[in-house]
Design a binder for this molecule. Structure first.
Ligand code: HEM
Ligand SMILES: [Ca+2]
Ligand SMILES: [Ca+2]
Length: 320
């Protein structure tokens, strides 16, 4: 994927990163969670037909929006901020920066604004003219899926176990709804009991937030220690059985012969090792099947495919 390059917009939109950063900074003033929501959009874009902005398309006559796929529906958020970024970029550099690249840049700026690493984002992706809801239902991992299945889903995307553990570290910030982990609190794997790999104090806290028969759309912090800071506390939480999702805790509590435990221990002991791996893995994830060159288009509105008939319609009518 040598087609992508960190200097792609250097002459056509030299300020692109600062513009994206400025809008996220503004949004963070009223929504501490927005950075987390934005990086998740990039992940859910890249795992479905590659990093092509497909997740941003709304339903239309030709589009079955990925927004309504099971892992996304009533869950992914941040579309308004993406639109604000797009509007600002259309003013600064019209028809130049793709929506797929906006997600990649927003992911990096969000991590860096939350205290995590900065990196040079590879750029030059173009936007799809299609979406694939079935692929979103198929390829996005779920919080109750077994570790071996999640490992396989990542390896199908060219991401190894180190990438999986590093990228899971994005759960160092952001929120999750009760419905994504409530089985761990009352009826783990149909046992009628809580998950034994859940710290009992944390269990009581979570039972208070998510009572049986209560509103399962209530959200809580993915990282109970530093909920809005991008750091390695996510990994130390796993060591004391304070991972929120089953898919988080199994990285440490797995009884299979997986190398994820050693990686969690390494990232707990050494935050700079986590940051370095995270950057490598984000660049790898951002390289999944991009559209480049003249493939796809630069969408003018991230929610819909360009209407290429408008110009010729105008000509048609004026000549009549
Ligand atoms: C390893 C497999 C993964 C699973 C099973 C998973 C699952 C989930 C679930 C269930 C939620 C909560 C959704 C909700 O309650 O509405 C969530 C949130 C989140 N995920 Fe993941 N995730 C995974 C990997 C990743 C990766 C690779 C990233 C980014 C690199 C990521 C970033 C996030 C962030 C930042 C949030 C919080 C979003 C917000 O607050 O709006 N996740 N994830
Ligand atoms: Ca996509
Ligand atoms: Ca944190």
């Amino acid at each position: 994927h040598g087609q992508l390059s960190p200097t792609f917009y250097d002459t056509t939109c030299p300020n692109v990163s600062n513009i994206v950063r400025g809008i996220i900074e503004e949004a963070l003033k009223t929504d501490a969670r927005i950075g987390a929501s934005l990086i998740r959009l990039h992940f859910h874009d890249c795992f479905v037909n590659g990093c092509d902005g497909s997740i941003l398309l709304n339903n239309s006559a030709t589009i079955e929006s990925e927004k309504e796929a099971r892992p996304n529906n009533n869950s992914v958020r941040g579309f308004g901020v993406v639109d604000d970024i797009k509007t600002a970029l259309e003013t600064a550099c019209p028809a130049t920066v793709s929506c797929a690249d906006i997600l990649a840049i927003a992911a990096e700026e969000s991590v860096s604004l939350a205290g995590g690493p900065s990196w040079n984002v590879s750029l030059g992706r173009r936007d799809s003219t299609t979406a694939n809801r079935t692929a979103a239902d198929t390829f996005l991992p779920g919080p109750t899926q077994p570790l071996d299945v999640i490992i396989k889903m990542f390896s199908d995307m060219g991401l190894d176990t180190t990438d999986l553990v590093a990228l899971s570290g994005a759960h160092t910030f952001g929120r999750a709804q009760c419905l994504t982990f409530i089985d761990r609190l009352y009826n783990f794997s149909g046992s009628g009991n809580p998950d034994p790999t859940l710290n009992t104090t944390y269990l009581s806290t979570l039972q208070g937030i998510c009572p049986q028969g209560g509103d399962t759309t209530v959200v809580t912090n993915l990282d109970l220690t530093t909920p809005d800071v991008f750091d390695n506390k996510y990994f130390s939480n796993l060591q004391v059985l304070e991972g929120l999702l089953n898919s988080d805790q199994v990285l440490f509590s797995t009884t299979e012969n997986n190398d994820t435990v050693a990686i969690v221990n390494n990232f707990t002991a050494d935050q700079s090792a986590f940051f370095a791996s995270f950057v490598v893995s984000m660049i790898k994830m951002g390289n999944i099947s991009p559209l480049t060159g003249t493939a796809g288009e630069i969408r003018l509105n991230c929610g819909k495919v360009n209407d290429n008939s408008t110009a010729s319609d105008g000509l048609l009518y004026s000549s009549m």
